[in-house]
Write a protein that binds this ligand. Structure first.
Ligand SMILES: [Zn+2]
Length: 484
């Protein structure tokens, strides 16, 4: 059997989370609004109107370009991409063609050992071919035998980003989308939610015999709206192309549509080429002149990126890769972790355990933002210290986390108010131990005749009487002494 490899490139459209659209002052995010209620003469392309560029779109575009290690052009232009479609009232889309905001760049994907045939973790570097700003078109849908148009989405700001055909497996393609989504949220420039079409992806797929260098005709898969669907669609299309090639057939450059309901690919049309769009410079907009001062202001607070932070957590705090990956999955969470480590001052791995086992569950169950929790890093650090010092036991500590979050009070205040502290006063515990022994003559007799494992049961009984607040080690010591 011939060994084939897949050649995959992804085209993503990213909806930027600006307040207003790219060339008018209509609201940018309107996916829940009733159709055609968030429109104006500019985004509907009425004659005689002029677009005005939203600065925030350029700023968010620059942040993304910088994160993708792209070269940022100090002078870039808008172009008209001409095509006719009912949801495009102007008959053209304002986009950027040859002199776009950014050029080149890459994203490194750490691939786990499980994703490689030789079971070795590796890094896949994915080159960026194109990155530009453009406006979105409207939406159409079919209802019975009528075609309905909604212009709300016209003029919503997008960044289109096209990768080089550097991806080799469906898993790598999925990983690219996972890392891109993480990066967009980290930078705070897009919700990057595929289900809400804030992040859209088309995949270009071709195959070739392993070892060859030429590129065969590719197909384009459109309309995939989840990361799992992208993975499925690529696997199916690669299989189909291999079957065609094995049967001696040519692969044709089709555009395929993913059908979510049946998980199948359907042929849409033959592909357009760029020449079909008759690009020319947009005469109604000035070029974007990104003065050095403006560029520096945009990049002034550029954050440490997730993969860098992940590597630093492993290095600086000695965390296992697993912990570092989860703790840097989201920027607020990684800040939360780091602030707790600072407030605690002890073993960073211990903080990671508390955070991943207890706090993360609370965050996920209650859909909390780590940056806004009452159980803030100082409070978490305080609870861990109270447990370390033996003031409270671990299970009280876990409950205390919930109480701090619920009441907004400090852990120290709650321990006093609800007298949660462990009782380590020897005479108090001794009284309860004597009580337990007096009430259990049978168990005492069994213990004395050699069944020493009963000590656990005695300690348990003391704890029960003291509602879990006795110092268990001390209780055990007293019991053993009394039973002698
Ligand atoms: Zn508008």
């Amino acid at each position: 059997m011939t060994d084939y490899e897949a050649i995959i490139g992804l085209e993503t459209h990213i909806q930027l989370n600006t307040i207003t659209k790219v060339f008018c002052s209509c609201k940018a995010d309107s996916w829940i609004d009733p159709p055609n209620t968030n429109i104006c003469p500019v985004c509907c392309g009425l004659p005689g109107v002029l677009p005005i560029l939203n600065k925030a779109v350029v700023e968010k575009g620059v942040l993304l370009a910088n994160a993708m290690h792209s070269e940022i052009r100090l002078l870039s232009f808008f172009d008209r991409k001409n095509y006719f479609y009912p949801d495009l009232p102007k008959g053209f889309q304002i986009s950027q063609f040859d002199q776009s905001l950014a050029r080149g760049g890459y994203l490194d994907l750490p691939m786990p050992a499980s994703a490689s045939p030789d079971k070795q973790a590796y890094i896949r570097r994915v080159g960026i071919w194109k990155m530009h700003i453009e406006e979105d078109a409207g939406k159409t849908k079919t209802k019975g035998n009528r075609r309905l148009i909604d212009f709300n989405r016209c003029g919503v700001p997008l960044v289109e980003m096209v990768t080089a055909p550097d991806l080799r497996t469906a898993d790598e393609a999925a990983q690219y989308l996972i890392r891109l989504r993480q990066l967009l949220r980290w930078l705070g420039i897009s919700e990057a939610d595929m289900e809400k079409a804030h992040l859209r992806c088309d995949a270009n797929v071709s195959i070739r015999v392993k070892g060859e260098t030429k590129l065969n005709p590719k197909t384009e898969i459109k309309n995939v709206n989840s990361i799992d669907a992208v993975r499925d669609a690529i696997i199916k299309e690669v299989d189909r192309q291999i079957r065609e090639m094995e049967a001696g057939n040519r692969i044709e450059a089709w555009t395929l549509e993913w059908d979510e309901d049946t998980s199948t690919l359907k042929k849409m049309r033959s592909k357009e080429t760029e020449a079909d769009y008759r690009y020319f410079r947009e005469p109604d907009l000035l070029p974007i002149r990104l003065e050095e001062e403006w560029k520096q202001a945009i990049l002034a607070d550029f954050p440490e990126l997730p993969l860098e932070r992940r590597a630093r957590f492993i290095e600086q705090y000695g965390l296992p890769e697993y912990d570092a990956e989860i703790l840097t999955s989201e920027r607020h969470l990684s800040d939360y972790y780091e602030n707790t480590v600072k407030a605690y001052g002890g073993d960073p791995k211990k903080v990671s355990n508390w955070l991943m086992n207890e706090v993360l569950r609370m965050i996920n169950d209650q859909n909390l933002n780590p940056a806004e929790m009452s159980l803030n890093p100082a409070a978490l650090a305080c609870v861990i210290k109270l447990v370390d010092a033996g003031t409270i036991n671990i299970s009280t500590g876990k409950n205390l986390l919930q109480k701090v979050q619920l009441t907004g009070k400090t852990p120290d205040a709650l321990v006093i108010e609800e007298s949660l502290g462990l009782v380590s006063d020897e005479s108090t515990i001794r009284v309860v131990c004597l009580e337990v022994l007096a009430e259990s003559p049978n168990e005492v007799a069994s213990y004395k005749s050699g069944k020493e494992t009963l000590i656990g049961w005695f300690v348990g009984s003391v704890m029960k009487k003291m509602r879990g607040k006795a110092d268990a080690a001390l209780a055990r010591q007293i019991l053993e002494e009394l039973l002698k």
